[in-house]
Design a protein around this ligand. Structure first.
Ligand SMILES: Cc1cc2nc3c(=O)[nH]c(=O)nc-3n(C[C@H](O)[C@H](O)[C@H](O)COP(=O)(O)OP(=O)(O)OC[C@H]3O[C@@H](n4cnc5c(N)ncnc54)[C@H](O)[C@@H]3O)c2cc1C
Length: 650
């Protein structure tokens, strides 16, 4: 059932017939909307290469040097060895696999299911329901960082784009230069994504008030609707269309060559397999479990350049490297993991951009909106907002963590007593909070460049479990300063004229809003109610995540500038785990772009399937580079000119 968690009967008794009727009505409307958009082609027809992982038949060994890769139609027999195995069908993995498949045999392994038939994923109105669903089959895997902050990681084809708030905005030109990407290639790759999955939002009145309010308080100029990262206030893109229907990175797979691509869902990769007989360990394939828990092995071909590309996200990628024996020696030893390569930086320097929000109750109903407007300040703080918790009473009473508009009860329990049981009791009690308490919206601030760093460690060798993660929010004093600046901006915004229209509150109310946020159930951190005098304390007590966590496989530390994992052959990491800073105000645009753009350079790497098997990358001089920059210029070079350029493989 679309409405989450409470059985229809309980729902009926608890509330009333009208509520149930409304819930069913919205569900039917959603179905109608789906049909009216011509989406009636079953996903199995649209994406014939996606199948259950149990249908994969393993080979018993890696290819010998004499064997050659064979190919057959993707939905027919097995392809024997792949040019590329992409692990993680997320924001970077889908565009990467789709583009690679134009010329190479590609296997994409995703641990979750498909997003297409999942109503919680598909509709904007259900954004919070996916996050609230903490079951093993949820598209979102819930975790709590050791800081005591609720968090989520994707577990579905499409990755973060299937569970996120949809805001789409590019990285700044300065960011692109700083990380050494080729601006031309970047500028060609964003539109490839945008044409397929990005939309201009229907600008809701509340978002209009936020925009006007931001301009009122001096976050100017007004940059209108743009994907570009510019100081001032702007409206960005969204992956939700005008029907409120989500378009995910999984849809980028429709650009794939269906004959060259196999996508396996519910394929949980356990580890990367190596041949350790040579001087340097060389990747041969991966071990994964299917939906029944049965193990399978998949291998890359022996062709020079054939690789495993890890795109499991900022939590999944360092986790998989560690599980595969790449990481700090002492940590691997503790868990009896055979060491393949000692690298003390794997899982280190994890960052999460702290977010603090003020809940603003309104004097009337406002439509639901996620992020549409953003204020980009010169002090490294971004201001965004969301509104409305429409739908049914049922969904409203779910446990939403950050997106919870409820007035918390958990915070009244002393921190040490905040056990799982206490949380469950809290969730049950929450159902008694009146519906009227939920008219309102959030204003939030994100710190753009947090200097506080954390780390990720394995707790066990089960790939399905979350590793332990700590972000050490506000351990660096500069982050606290930025936060206080952001809270002051939010205060001004609440007091601005465009907002008064919604609140009709006077100046004194701001403190009330702050206290409301302090008492709300936003994290498990001990808090100091009624201490809003100290904005530093407010920042620490109410810190939450905007889910833009990154790091763990930094360039120069874990991967080189071509995103190759240092110390081993045939392995790259391509996703948010390689970022030192999160790109743009929100990262998904750049992560999808990266999947596309990086492949454009890989194209020159091994010989395309279609052109026979005569040229090997081994024949090409990999060590020289015209520009000396990473993943530059290659798109402009035809393959026959590649020898001076291939250093920029990625
Ligand atoms: C709730 C939420 C809201 C957000 N809102 C926004 C927003 O509005 N705008 C924005 O720009 N960004 C937003 N973000 C952030 C953005 O979505 C992420 O930064 C981005 O999607 C990360 O991309 P990735 O490729 O690094 O990882 P992911 O997209 O998470 O991809 C990793 C994939 O790997 C799979 N995987 C992991 N381990 C394994 C394994 N062992 N075997 C097989 N598969 C595996 C996962 O299931 C997943 O599909 C949000 C994120 C969340 C969670």
């Amino acid at each position: 059932m679309w409405c989450y968690s409470v059985s229809p009967m309980a729902f009926f008794i608890k509330y009333n017939k009208l509520s149930l009727f409304l819930c069913l009505l919205s569900s039917s409307l959603a179905t109608l909307l789906t049909l009216s958009q011509g989406d009636h082609i079953p996903w199995e027809t649209q994406y014939p290469f996606i199948r259950l992982s149990s249908t994969f038949s393993s080979r018993s060994s890696p290819p010998s040097s004499s064997s050659s890769a064979k190919s057959s139609p993707s939905n027919g027999g097995e392809k024997e060895y792949y040019d590329y195995i992409v692990v993680g069908g997320g924001t970077a993995g889908c565009p990467l696999a789709a583009t690679l498949s134009q010329n190479y045999r590609v296997l994409l392994l995703e641990r979750g299911g498909v997003p297409f038939t999942n109503r919680n994923v598909s509709f904007l109105s259900n954004f919070h329901l996916t996050l609230a669903d903490t079951s093993d089959t949820s598209a979102s895997q819930y975790f709590v960082s050791n800081d005591g902050v609720f968090n989520a990681r994707a577990r579905v084809l499409g990755g973060g784009t299937a569970i996120n708030a949809g805001f789409y905005t590019r990285a700044s030109a300065r960011y692109v230069t700083r990380v050494g990407w080729d601006a031309k290639l970047v500028n060609e790759s964003y539109p490839w994504v945008e044409k397929q999955v990005v939309h201009e939002p229907i600008f809701e009145p509340w978002q209009r008030a936020v925009r006007d309010g931001l301009l009122d308080v001096g976050v100017s100029p007004d940059n209108g609707f743009t994907y570009d990262h510019l100081y001032g206030t702007k409206v960005g893109g969204t992956i939700f269309d005008k029907y409120g229907r989500r378009h995910t990175a999984a849809e980028l797979l429709s650009s794939a060559n269906p004959h060259n691509l196999d996508v396996l869902i519910h394929a949980r990769v356990q580890k990367i397999m190596f041949d350790t007989t040579g001087k340097k360990p060389r990747v041969v394939g991966v071990l994964f479990k299917d939906e029944h828990g049965e193990p399978h092995e998949a291998f890359i071909s022996r062709k020079h350049g054939s690789e495993v590309l890890v795109t499991c996200g900022a939590i999944g990628s360092p986790q998989l490297l560690l599980l595969s024996g790449i990481g700090p020696k002492e940590d691997l030893v503790k868990l009896n993991i055979s060491m393949v390569h000692h690298n003390k930086f794997v899982g280190k320097n994890m960052s999460d951009n702290p977010m603090n929000a003020i809940y603003v109750p309104f004097n009337r109903h406002v439509k639901q909106s996620l992020i549409e407007t953003v204020g980009i300040t010169k002090k490294g703080v971004y201001i965004e907002a969301s509104s409305g918790y429409g739908q049914s009473m049922d969904s409203i009473h779910c446990h939403h963590g950050i997106v919870s508009a409820e007035i918390g009860q958990l915070s009244t329990i002393p921190p040490k007593k905040r056990t799982q049981e206490a949380i469950e009791t809290y969730k049950r009690n929450k159902k008694d909070i009146p519906y009227e308490a939920f008219h309102g919206g959030f204003i939030l601030e994100k710190i753009a460049y947090p200097k506080s760093k954390g780390e990720l460690k394995l707790v066990n060798t089960n790939a399905d479990n979350n590793p332990s993660v700590v972000f050490n929010y506000f351990s660096h004093p500069d982050d606290l300063k930025s936060c206080v600046h952001g809270v002051r901006m939010m205060e001004k915004l609440v007091r601005s004229k465009p907002f008064l229209n919604y609140t009709q509150y006077d100046d004194k109310t701001v403190n009330k809003f702050l206290n409301l946020s302090v008492t709300a159930n936003v994290n498990l951190i001990p808090r100091h109610t009624n201490d809003t005098e100290s904005l530093e304390q407010f920042c620490k007590d109410t810190v939450i995540t905007i889910w833009h966590y990154h790091g763990g496989c930094h360039v120069g530390k874990v991967v080189n500038k071509d995103y190759e994992v240092m110390g081993v052959h045939r392995l790259r990491v391509i996703d948010g785990s390689t970022f030192e800073e999160s790109p743009g105000t929100n990262p998904q645009a750049t992560v999808m772009m990266m999947g596309r753009a990086i492949e454009k350079n890989v194209v020159n790497f091994i010989q395309p399937v279609v052109a026979g098997d005569t040229r090997r990358v081994g024949d090409i001089n990999l060590s020289s580079s015209k520009s000396g920059q990473s993943w530059n210029s290659l798109s402009a070079s035809p393959p026959h000119e590649a020898n001076s350029q291939l250093i920029m493989i990625i």
